[in-house]
Design a binder for this molecule. Structure first.
Ligand SMILES: *Cc1c(COP(=O)(O)O)cnc(C)c1O
Length: 397
């Protein structure tokens, strides 16, 4: 079938939730993908900050092949080894003590919120409210839509589940003001991803953590986008000197195989048998992929490399900023980077880049986001910058 026919068929068959680029991707390798016309693209989207080790990474492919031949799925009624191995790896390398596996980010956050509500019932006189922030993103379920402090996600679905209070980000006083006897926890992204790569002041998370400790409420970090090496440490909160009571993971955890998780400190691990579950959560297949991913990232000190290549990338973007006066800001940590413009030109830039073989993400009408696989090299960054520079020159002309 020709490219246009695939895309016409999609228009007929799907609920209209996606605004896709006119490209049908059929293959990927490392930081590159190919379309059905044989055109090659350098990929700075990385499966939406998911393909940690690049497309079809050999260590993950091997782990999947081996596990698929051995045991794909059982049920959580039984012990399985890949799940326990992955749990041990994540717990040994984090400040958390216990884990629950699921299939996506939204599902991980739902579980974290349920755990916080259990905690509220048991230890905080039935407190159930969770404070979250404007500009946050926590997922697409109804409850996570309510947690996500962005009206464009909330308005179409009102009335929303209650129990979430949205306050300003990077404002610890706003969290203190919103805290009542009903509050059981605060849930934050260490750096807001979908909100546009918003980096808080150095003191923000520490202040919120102290407040949570003072009030005895739970400090929950949504590290779904920022975790697993993305920002230059295994988890982003480590750069801010804080320790969450609960942390959620998904995106980069399985190199593209769907898996999510939430982890908790011992004192917050208040679930009892029957309180929560997930049919597919923690399948041996998904856990084998995630284990291979996390092991590779740790064994190869990928977070340190991400920090270096991210600095290099941002320095190159800063020099573009000096060259083009319509670029207003470069911001980011590790390989979670945004480029801000003084007008709504992100879509136009992304389309021209596409034509030149570069995939970038439009995080806001005025903002591009770069979240490539963690294996990207400085040479590949140079290639991307050169395409971006050509694009910006052609638009200025
Ligand atoms: C992507 C994302 C989610 C939702 O993850 P899904 O797997 O799409 O459900 C939640 N929180 C953050 C910070 C995210 O970036």
């Amino acid at each position: 079938m020709s490219q246009n026919n695939w895309q016409e068929l999609e228009q007929k068959l799907f609920l209209r939730t996606f605004d896709r680029f006119p490209v049908t991707l059929v293959r990927g390798q490392g930081v590159r993908v190919w379309d059905d016309q044989g055109r090659q693209y350098l990929d700075l989207v990385g499966g939406w900050a998911v393909d940690s080790l690049g497309h079809s990474p050999p260590v993950v492919v091997e782990a999947l092949e081996k596990q698929a031949r051995t045991l794909i799925q059982t049920s959580d009624q039984f012990y399985t080894i890949p799940q326990i191995e992955l749990a041990q790896l994540l717990i040994q390398n984090s400040c958390l003590d216990r884990i629950f596996f699921c299939n996506s980010g939204a599902e991980a956050n739902e579980g974290a919120v349920k755990l916080a509500r259990r905690y509220g019932k048991l230890h905080l006189n039935g407190a159930y409210e969770i404070i979250t922030t404007h500009g946050s993103f926590h997922g697409r379920t109804l409850a996570m839509t309510s947690a996500t402090g962005q009206s464009k996600f909330q308005q179409p679905y009102i009335p929303l589940p209650s129990g979430f209070i949205n306050v300003d980000y990077n404002n610890a006083a706003a969290i203190r003001r919103a805290t009542t006897v009903r509050t059981c926890g605060v849930m934050l992204e260490p750096i807001q991803g979908e909100g546009g790569v918003n980096i808080p002041d150095d003191s923000y998370l520490k202040e919120v953590e102290s407040w949570c400790r003072e009030k005895g409420i739970l400090f929950i970090m949504d590290e779904i986008q920022t975790g697993i090496g993305r920002t230059g440490t295994l988890f982003a909160h480590q750069q801010y000197g804080v320790e969450p009571d609960i942390m959620t993971l998904a995106k980069g955890l399985g190199s593209g195989i769907p898996i999510g998780a939430f982890l908790a400190k011992e004192h917050a691990s208040v679930f009892a048998p029957g309180d929560h579950g997930s049919t597919f959560g923690g399948s041996p297949l998904a856990c084998a992929a995630a284990y291979a991913t996390v092991k590779y990232i740790l064994d190869n000190d990928m977070p340190r490399k991400v920090k270096q290549v991210g600095k290099y990338f941002m320095a190159k973007l800063e020099s573009l900023k000096r060259q083009f006066n319509f670029i207003t800001q470069v911001r980011g940590r590790g390989l979670l980077i945004a480029l801000e413009f003084n007008n709504e030109m992100a879509k136009e830039i992304a389309m021209v880049c596409l034509g030149k073989g570069l995939l970038v993400n439009i995080v806001k009408p005025t903002t591009l986001r770069f979240m490539p696989s963690l294996i990207i090299t400085e040479k590949e960054v140079d290639e991307a910058i050169s395409i971006l520079e050509d694009t910006l020159m052609s638009l200025r002309a």
